[in-house]
Design a protein around this ligand. Sequence first.
Ligand code: GLU
Length: 510
Amino acid sequence: MPFEKVRVRFAPSPTGPLHIGGVRTAIFNYLFAKKHNGNFILRIEDTDQNRFVSGAEEYILESLKWLNIEPDEGVGKGGSFGPYRQSERKDIYQKYAHQLISDGHAYYAFDTPSELENMRNRLKSEKHSNQQYNAKTRVNMLNSLSLSQAKVQQKLDNNDPYVIRLMLPENKEIKFQDAVLGDFVFHSSQLDDKILFKSDGMPTYHLANVVDDHLMEISHVIRGSEWTNSTPCHILLYRYLGWEKEIPVFAHMPLLLKPDGQGKLSKRDGDRLGFPVFPLNWKSQETSEISKGYKESGYSSEAFLNFLVLLGWNPGTDQEIFSLTELINSFSIEQIGKSGSKFDLDKAKWFNHQYLQKKPISELREEFLVTLIEKGINHSHLNIDKILELVRERATFTSDFWELTNYFFIAPTSYDSKVIKKRWKENTPKILTDIIVILSALNNFQAYEIETIIKQHINTQNLNMGQVLSSLRLTIVGSASGPSIFDIMVLLSKEESIMRIQNGINNIKK
Ligand code: GLU
């Protein structure tokens, strides 16, 4: 490897919110850098001013921060290879564009949009399979290869709009080995003379990207597979700029696919199928419409990150839950699958559920208390930690907690009619009244003791276990759901439990 140090970059364009595919690319870059004690760099590729969306850069920074994968270097952080925003590096690109021209690897082209359109139409009507600006067609167009030097100078002096195009060889194979996807061979006749620079002083993606990767000493280019077809152009640029010995390793990430596997996951799929495709909420400036983020939908950043990494990276074992440190230690580019990974919302929820089980109870409590305060609930008499411990295995999101625990705070005022119909018999009030007597006499009001004494009573009286316990639960919870009724009773207290049973006896009518 020509590089002493691993330096990788995440290079988004600020054209809108970061899609989860981009987030995954950022994470892979981060993991790779950390694994090799390298640097993770954030470069903002904002050369296409027409597609610039304000707020997008801030959004990218916030997303990385939320995921705890902040750059070592780059926009928002600084570093010795800056500036890291391409719009602040215009002069650098200009210099290389002119170097390519003087070395005979690029040329000026003055064709207007309608002239380009005519060229394509003519080639189409002549039944050419491709209508590209390339070694064959450029001779008939308005450029510094077809025009005299004097004419070119005159056009430049006149400030006629131009672009600078890469001059592709006519009949050459361009090969590269991708660390994920394997060997690629492109033929220059399939490619076009890409635009590198425009007369407004801005480079295009291709030139800026290659120049920056080189100057920033990027050792590995880890990016989405949509860039595979641009790579031969990039390789030629390295060659023509005299940097062939320092071409980085390319690793293209396979696509994130729609849940049914049919094509790339898009922003619209999220809207259509009802799940977020962005890490954080995004408010469109044009429509003020809010697209939901994973954060605001209740996912923890650790769960979301773990989920995304496994959509593409295969650890080679059955392990699914990885801390960030474990991911860093285990990660390798070779274990990234070649084919696309289907997005799976249930799996995302599964990860969140798993992480929720491991969260310190103090964190859960803190969030839950906010809900209780919002709802104006008095909870001072209850042990919130124990309540949350009791129900957490049923929760996927912390927002599920209110639904799962509200009966602790508000005694039932109505009772599930289906349960009444099925379980509440004529003798139920009498049985429950006996149970009240038994409970009142119980000194050690603990789950095991309550369970033992109630079950003993049911057995000795030859009662129907399911029926009695369901009725008991109905009086206390109001429905048939919830964790162990004996645990619930302990947390409610003896007095409250007895009061609820009595209320049930008084109020439940068949
Ligand atoms: N600016 C490009 C993007 O938004 C970067 C592609 C690359 O990593 O080379 O995807």
